[in-house]
Ligand binder design. Structure first.
Ligand SMILES: *Cc1c(COP(=O)(O)O)cnc(C)c1O
Length: 376
């Protein structure tokens, strides 16, 4: 066996993987607490890097998970019909238009494979954008086009329109946007969507929309029924604090939802995520609490950072992007040494900017305190 492998590798395939894979650069995630504790020999590390919920997950959801731990020997129901009905009830839509996924990441990947023909079709987005859009397009061998954001990080609609053509199957838009925190109004987005060529779908990734104020001004959900080429993505990773469980959903035309359900691996949303998602939607008290902690923290951090001489970008999300006085990489590093993990934005092409997730009042205070020591 060993001999066979060695012979076949050396003889037939110098690079035994597809070209797209050979050049694939993996997603670069935020650093983990354990990594940093070990590396800098710290006992207390706070993570404000990945836009996770600082309150954790709802106690009601945690209860459902522990009560159902014994059920993990069962397969979940294929395609999670009960969860889809819960989501549909929550959104006041038909369950036939809802597809759940192993995080919205899985749905991004599947939408690309559902609609875009490699070597023929293309996908468009702003630059920079959430890297998963580009990575999964590349993996599928589908051309990925990007239009630059305006200098103030607002959406350059005309530039985006310019790169779209008859072969554009999907346009990805994150609203509110990551990493800037900028949000366009629902009206602007729907207007852009209406101008797309036939056969192009606009995917609005609303991962952060629950943090916008007011949500109604920014979410395109109320327009969905009347906009046939609109797809909406939502996640349980941010507002609902279930990033580690992996759960997201798409709202899309019934015909696409039906195909998406057929191609999705049947059990990609596991049985605990299925139950947790239903419980999470029922605990809207937790959502209100999270929103209020986020609003207070956002105002506190924004004022604190400005006080220290940072340029802080307006945010409708659970994070702030800022331009510090001084070298961003050095400040990031100095924070790490003090046990505070935030996010450098060099992977987005912004070497001078940093992103911090809104934490608890205590975490926010600690972060500002460390920043003050570093900057002065
Ligand atoms: C965090 C985030 C998501 C969520 O992804 P999951 O796979 O659901 O955890 C989606 N889109 C953007 C832009 C994000 O920042």
């Amino acid at each position: 066996m060993e001999i066979f492998l060695r012979v076949s590798m050396s003889n037939s395939l110098k690079h035994p993987v597809r070209t797209e894979v050979q050049t694939f650069k993996p997603y670069s995630p935020g650093l983990s607490i354990e990594e940093i504790k070990k590396k800098y020999n710290l006992s207390r590390v706070i993570k404000m890097a990945s836009n996770e919920n600082p309150l954790g997950a709802s106690p009601m959801v945690q209860e459902v998970i522990s009560q159902n731990a014994s059920m993990v020997f069962r397969y979940p129901r294929a395609n999670n019909p009960e969860l889809c009905r819960s989501v549909a009830g929550f959104l006041d839509l038909d369950a036939a238009s809802i597809v759940c996924g192993n995080g919205s990441d899985e749905l991004i990947d599947l939408l690309i494979r559902l609609l875009a023909v490699p070597g023929q079709d293309n996908i468009a987005a702003f630059k920079p954008c959430f890297s998963i859009y580009r990575l999964q397009a590349m993996l599928s061998g589908v051309e990925f086009r990007q239009a630059r954001l305006n200098n103030d990080f607002s959406f350059a609609w005309d530039e985006l329109k310019d790169i779209v053509d008859e072969q554009t199957r999907l346009v990805f838009l994150t609203n509110p946007d990551n990493p800037s925190g900028y949000a366009a109004t629902a009206g602007e987005i729907i207007q852009f969507c209406a101008g797309l060529p036939e056969g192009s779908f606009l995917v609005v990734d609303e991962a952060y929309v629950d943090f916008a104020d007011p949500v109604e001004e920014y979410s395109v959900l109320p327009f969905w029924k009347k906009t046939p080429n609109l797809i909406i993505l939502r996640t349980f990773s941010k507002m609902y604090g279930l990033a580690g469980l992996r759960l997201g959903y798409a709202v899309l035309p019934e015909i696409l939802a039906d195909y998406l359900r057929r191609i999705r691996l049947p059990f990609s949303v596991n049985i605990l995520a299925d139950m947790a998602g239903q419980a999470a939607l029922e605990d809207q008290d937790f959502v209100r609490k999270t929103r209020s902690v986020n609003f207070e923290g956002r105002a506190y951090l924004s004022a604190g950072l400005k006080d220290l001489g940072c340029e802080v970008y307006p945010s409708q999300t659970n994070f702030l992007m800022f331009d510090p006085p001084g070298n961003a990489a050095e400040i990031f590093d100095a924070l790490l040494h003090q046990g505070v993990i935030i996010r450098p934005l060099d992977s987005y092409g912004f070497n001078d900017l940093l992103r911090v997730s809104i934490g608890t009042a205590e975490e926010n205070r600690l972060f500002i305190q460390c920043m003050r020591e570093i900057i002065s």
